[in-house]
Design a protein around this ligand. Structure first.
Ligand code: HEM
Length: 390
């Protein structure tokens, strides 16, 4: 029987239990998404095959793509929304942006990220001894980082945060569309102002480079803003709670901070917060995947959270183990669309978590042993709030 999709999570620490059954059944299973038949890719090897395959497209303008009829590519942002483009158009954008997100560039940003983390903790300490970790730390940290990087005034963050949250929520299409067009107008004005006097920031460099049209610049900034804060923002509180629930592993990290990079990889694998949301594809030629013929024009979703719990790729996949050292997870994707901001996200997570646990040694969840409320119906998973005390 076809699996109705998406399947909601019911626990903050695990993908939907249906994923294990689907993975056991086959690497590709039939699903239905908004009344249409789609393929669901359940295992790690096939996930990598699909995400790096040339006979597969991310472009929702192609009939058969799971989001084809939803009116996407994203209205008003289609021009620079390169996550929806295939090579060679995709490559044009990617080449311009890669220098902004290299390991070296991110290393230069670390003191700035550290400064932001420290200031947020200073504020929490001044107001404490309790806080709400999503509002007070998880969300503002990546938001401040990406705003500064792009040259977006942080004073406007509440505006675009509320609109992006609506856009990514399960709200009616009409409500989501209105939120999207409000962000579009805002970013259009921002780019117009920057074009008159480009600064030495990412947007300014893209403008002076002269390779992108105005509409493309608006689309690129929109994609970076969206991808750059909602994801890491969700990971930080979820990761903090996971570590608090594994005190022995947290103690080991406190004793030897060199373990943080591996811990971040494990947190990304274990939670796979983006799961399927960015992994919507359409076959553009007939091909065999996992012994299954996938025909041209058929829609495909890769279940990232299932691939990252595949026992064929990871030992004891349901165990959380900061010493695992497995970097072959697909939490950032795989292939040409693999997360452009992954070096930045890794640095943000490491600095945020290390600073939080170093500066608040008595940190604990104020949830009376219960799981805090989570955003089970949102496209990118995370906690709705995490009350803490110290
Ligand atoms: C924990 C944090 C993050 C996670 C889990 C995450 C996850 C992902 C995933 C799964 C994809 C692949 C989409 C696909 O295959 O179609 C992706 C793409 C992308 N991400 Fe991230 N991301 C994170 C943080 C960031 C940050 C901080 C930025 C900063 C700007 C960013 C920018 C992007 C962009 C621009 C793309 C599109 C790349 C392309 O199509 O070439 N992400 N991300």
């Amino acid at each position: 029987m076809a699996q109705p999709f998406p399947v909601q999570r019911r626990c903050p620490f695990a993908p939907p239990p249906e994923y294990a059954e689907l993975r056991e059944r086959a690497p590709l299973v039939r699903g239905t998404f908004r009344g249409k038949d789609v393929w669901l890719v359940t295992r790690h090897a096939e996930a990598q095959q699909v995400l790096s395959g040339t006979g597969i497209s991310t472009n929702p303008a192609i009939p058969g793509h799971p989001h084809h009829e939803a009116g996407e590519p994203v209205p008003g942002f289609a021009d620079g929304h390169f996550i929806d483009l295939d090579p060679p158009e995709h490559t044009r954008f990617r080449r311009l942006l890669i220098p902004e997100f290299t390991v070296r560039r991110v290393r230069e940003l670390r003191p700035r990220i550290q400064d932001i983390a420290d200031r947020l903790i200073d504020d929490m300490l001044a107001k404490g001894p309790d806080a709400e970790l999503v509002r007070d730390f998880g969300l503002p940290l990546p938001s401040l980082v990406i705003c500064r990087l792009l040259g977006v005034p942080y004073d406007d963050h509440e505006f675009f945060q509320s609109r992006t949250r609506t856009m990514l929520s399960a709200a009616e299409d009409e409500v989501r569309r209105t939120a999207m067009s409000e962000i579009r107008d805002y970013l259009d004005a921002l780019v117009t102002a920057a074009e008159k006097g480009p600064e030495d920031d990412l947007l300014g460099r893209l403008i002076t480079g002269g390779r992108l049209t105005h509409a493309e610049l608006v689309g690129v900034i929109f994609l970076l803003l969206l991808a750059g804060h909602e994801t890491t923002a969700n990971m930080i509180p979820l990761a903090a709670l996971t570590l608090l629930r594994h005190p022995d592993q947290l103690a080991a990290l406190r004793a030897d901070p060199s373990g943080w990079p591996a811990a971040v990889e494990e947190l990304l694998r274990y939670h796979s917060i983006a799961d399927w949301v960015a992994f919507d594809r359409v076959a553009v030629e007939d091909q065999e995947i996992g012994g299954q013929l996938v025909r041209r024009g058929e829609g495909v979703f890769v279940l990232g959270a299932s691939a990252n719990r595949d026992e064929r790729a990871f030992e004891r996949p349901d165990d959380f183990d900061v010493r695992r050292g497995a970097r072959h997870h697909v939490a950032f994707g795989y292939g040409v669309h693999q997360c452009l901001g992954q070096n930045l996200a890794r640095a943000e997570l490491e600095i945020a978590l290390r600073t939080l646990f170093e500066r608040l040694p008595g940190l604990r969840a104020a949830t009376a042993g219960e799981d805090p409320p989570a955003k089970y119906d949102a496209a990118i998973f995370g906690l709705a709030e995490l009350p803490v005390t110290w």
